[in-house]
Design a protein around this ligand. Structure first.
Ligand SMILES: [Zn+2]
Length: 312
């Protein structure tokens, strides 16, 4: 389904009006205003800000100022939900981290869980930062996009640490091996996402595929644990981790195919487009991981649990 060409953006401003408005504001205040500058139609955006042609209106203009970009947090536009879903998720995991660190648990267990929480905070924090400041300038957008991708990789790798730690609770060599394996996979992915080309709109499916592939590397230790402990033993905590995987993969597929906005261009510009669905999937997946990890750690730290039970 194609995109209709329009000369007038949703709020009624033509490109000519926008240009005169922006030059007027530039005369008055030195730059465009994050509060009041007209939002733009997709076709009026500079080439580097054109990411999703199925979102027809309500795009922020290039603002060239971190302060002005920050002000757009409190306006409705194509990025508002992307920003706030991950700001709220970041705040939630920060609270969980602070609470967990205040508990009187052993140091190693604190470190294992905190690694996951910090991974979630890095991912959600960098993502909301990217979406807030992506309208600053091309250079800033490129830099923050790379940080956003690195945040996703940090979450996938760092969330694997506690469940490998508790999954192979009594098997030090396997613990170290699998955490090292996930770390190496993460480093390889970071080397790829730091390439300039990786952020281009035409590589959307490649990006989604890379993150799904990285997530699927967790199947290696996951399958080992499944075979080692059996279906019934692993079902009640692994089911939460499988739900996490389904949410990550489902969100990535929706992001890659850009549904629902592809089906009705212009109808999901502010609410309900694929990137927002991906963001919500990421937060819910991280919470699902949180529940599964607590079930697993409870089993491993029960008073009658001994390592002899699991080592053949
Ligand atoms: Zn995003």
């Amino acid at each position: 389904m194609g995109v209709r060409n329009r000369d007038i953006s949703q709020n009624g401003h033509t490109q000519a009006e926008y240009s005169s408005s922006s030059s007027g504001e530039k005369r008055a205040g030195g730059r465009l205003s994050g509060w009041s500058s007209p939002l733009l139609a997709f076709q009026d955006l500079p080439a580097w800000l054109r990411d999703n042609e199925f979102l027809l209106h309500s795009h922020r203009p290039e603002l060239s100022s971190f302060t002005e970009c920050g002000k757009t947090l409190f306006r409705l536009h194509t990025e508002t939900c992307n920003i706030w879903t991950h700001i709220l998720g970041c705040f939630l995991f920060t609270c969980i981290l602070v609470y967990h660190c205040s508990l009187p648990s052993p140091l190693f267990e604190k470190v294992a869980f905190s690694t996951f929480y910090v991974g979630a905070i890095i991912c959600l924090g960098l993502s909301s930062t990217f979406h807030t400041f992506t309208c600053h300038s091309h250079e800033v957008a490129k830099l923050f996009a790379k940080l956003d991708y690195c945040g996703v990789i940090a979450l996938v790798v760092m969330s694997s640490v506690p469940w490998i730690y508790y999954g192979f609770y009594c098997q030090e060599v396997l613990k170290v091996t699998y955490i090292s394996f996930m770390t190496v996979c993460g480093v390889v992915c970071i080397a790829l996402v730091l390439q300039d080309k990786f952020s281009a709109p035409q590589y959307r499916s490649l990006r989604a595929g890379l993150f799904v592939a990285l997530g699927l590397t967790g199947l290696v230790p996951g399958s080992h644990l499944f075979l080692q402990e059996g279906f019934l033993q692993t079902f009640h905590f692994m089911s939460w981790l499988y739900l996490m995987a389904v949410l990550y993969i489902g969100g990535a597929v929706i992001y890659a195919v850009r549904i629902p906005e592809r089906l009705m261009p212009g109808s999901f510009d502010i609410w309900g487009h694929s990137h927002q669905i991906l963001h919500i999937c990421v937060v819910v997946a991280a919470l699902s991981c949180f529940v599964g990890l607590h079930l697993l750690s409870t089993i491993r730290t029960e008073e009658d649990y001994t390592c002899e039970k699991t080592i053949a």
